[in-house]
Ligand binder design. Structure first.
Ligand code: ACO
Ligand code: ZN
Length: 443
């Protein structure tokens, strides 16, 4: 679990990701790593020439790059741009750290790259062609699902690939939301008029977004919302959950999707928010209800999904809110008398959170239970889909297949060991504080 980056909150509330980076090993000092701008010691003419002949680096180049931990890590160049007032070859490069999640992709300066380590100069045009020809229907659909624009059916594979290329570079670098300034993780398809903004200012209550701070200040004087629109369905201490119907609150629903996409990579975002309910978790004080995170849920899911997208805003992550949101989604399923499962694909952090939640819930029951128990019974008690129970218990090696049947083998010592490894329990949902009836279509 330690190999995932752990976003932390700095004093002013902004977030930064501190990756638990693999040991990069000793690489040469940055000054000697590229001779293009800073020359420390005289270098052979041949080396200098070879380096400058590489510049500017092609998109697709693989090279080592000095990261915020001071170490060098392998990257792939995703995009490049000329610096304003640049001398020849003075480009910035948008790189993907191949060992890390895409949320750590960033613009870097030439001086961070070790030109001696340039592996191959990939001809992106050739690569594009090959990839688009090889693209399967499944891949096509995956790409399609990462964008909110509708009507992609008519696009050919090459255009879809081009479209995916477009989303590879983060458009908005930071947002301001309430008292937090937050670094974004991924591309989000804001309307074109926001394309030239690196930073956006969100009203933390109605989630309208603006390009300038003064616009937000003006808005805050007029905006009379102090909590998400919709019904408060849960309150316990300072925590409240609001249910927002996408059909009744289209603008809010869309704003929430734009905001969420900044932190969700491969998730479906629809303009058609009518089909979803949004469960928005807030920490409340005398200034209002401040959004901590949310999950969305289809009003009718044929695949028994009880959650479409889940997000804890970075300043609130690793405090147990994610597991609270997951637990909440299962409490709703219990009230509906259904089993549920999250929509796939799960992100790396999503999978860790779900695995942790499933492990804790199932093993707590197994520990207390006397006698045999079946997966069906576990599913009935928890509203967790049988397949998820099976894969969780299998991954913990608690399942054996005997005489054509799955048998759960639960040695108390083994259970305790797994429970310890599953992390903290997260914030508890107090079911007695949940006042909710399942969604019914109103005519
Ligand atoms: N590094 C290592 N482990 C982590 C990290 C991390 N950065 N973040 C979460 N985890 C694991 C840990 O096991 C943690 O439990 P622990 O703190 O007891 O060890 C567990 O996940 C959950 O921690 P929480 O504090 O309950 O969850 P959090 O509030 O951080 O929210 C969430 C988890 C929602 C996945 C958050 O990381 C997030 O919003 N990520 C961006 C969006 C995303 O990826 N959403 C899921 C997409 S899949 C889907 O929507 C169906
Ligand atoms: Zn507002």
């Amino acid at each position: 679990m330690g190999s995932i980056d752990t976003p932390t909150i700095t004093e002013n509330g902004s977030t930064q990701s501190q990756a638990a980076a693999p040991s990069g090993g000793d690489h040469k000092s940055p000054a000697s790593a590229n001779g293009a701008q800073v020359e420390v010691s005289p270098e052979p003419e041949g080396t200098k020439k070879r380096r400058s002949s590489m510049l500017p680096l092609e998109v697709g180049t693989r090279v080592m790059c000095r990261w915020r931990d001071g170490k060098y890590h392998p990257v792939k160049v995703i995009e490049r741009r000329k610096m304003p007032y640049a001398v020849p070859y003075d480009y910035e490069y948008y790189v993907h750290y191949t060992e890390f999640n895409r949320r750590l992709d960033e613009w870097v300066k030439l001086e961070q790259l070790d030109l001696d380590s340039v592996e191959t100069v990939v001809d992106e045009k050739v690569e594009d062609k090959v990839t688009s020809l090889k693209m399967t229907r499944h891949q096509k659909r995956k790409i399609d699902e990462t964008h909110v624009e509708v009507g992609h059916e008519e696009l050919d594979a090459a255009s879809l690939h081009e479209h995916e290329e477009f989303t590879k570079v983060k458009n908005i670098a930071t947002i301001e939301l309430g008292r937090y300034e937050i670094e974004t993780w991924y591309f989000s398809p804001f309307p074109p008029e926001y394309n030239d903004s690196l930073k956006l200012y969100f009203c933390e209550f109605c989630l309208n977004f603006m390009k300038r701070k003064e616009q937000l200040q003006r808005h805050m004087r007029k905006c009379d919302l102090k909590h998400p629109p919709g019904d408060e369905i849960y309150r316990s201490g300072t925590l409240s959950m609001f249910e927002v119907d996408g059909k009744k609150n289209k603008v809010y629903g869309r704003n929430l999707c734009y905001l969420a996409k900044l932190f969700l990579d491969h998730k479906t975002l629809y303009y058609d928010v009518d089909l979803f309910l949004f469960y928005v978790l807030c920490e409340c004080d005398d200034r209002g209800c401040h959004m901590v995170g949310y999950f969305s849920k289809e009003k009718h899911s044929e695949e028994s999904y009880n959650l479409a997208c889940i997000l804890t805003l970075p300043p609130y992550q690793r405090k147990g809110y994610g597991k609270f949101l997951i637990a909440f989604s299962y409490e709703l399923s219990k009230k509906e008398g259904k089993v549920g499962t999250p929509e796939r694909p799960l992100s790396d952090l999503g999978l860790l959170s779900y695995r942790g939640y499933w492990t804790r819930v199932l093993l707590d029951i197994l520990k207390k239970h006397k006698g045999n128990i079946s997966i069906k019974e576990l599913s009935d008690m928890t509203a967790i889909k049988a397949e998820d129970i099976l894969t969780t218990l299998q991954s913990l090696e608690l399942i054996q297949y005997r005489k054509g049947q799955h048998v759960i083998c639960a040695d108390p010592k083994v259970l305790d060991r797994h429970l310890k490894a599953a992390g903290r329990g997260g914030l508890e949902v107090d079911v007695s504080k949940l006042i909710w009836t399942p969604y019914k279509e109103q005519s």
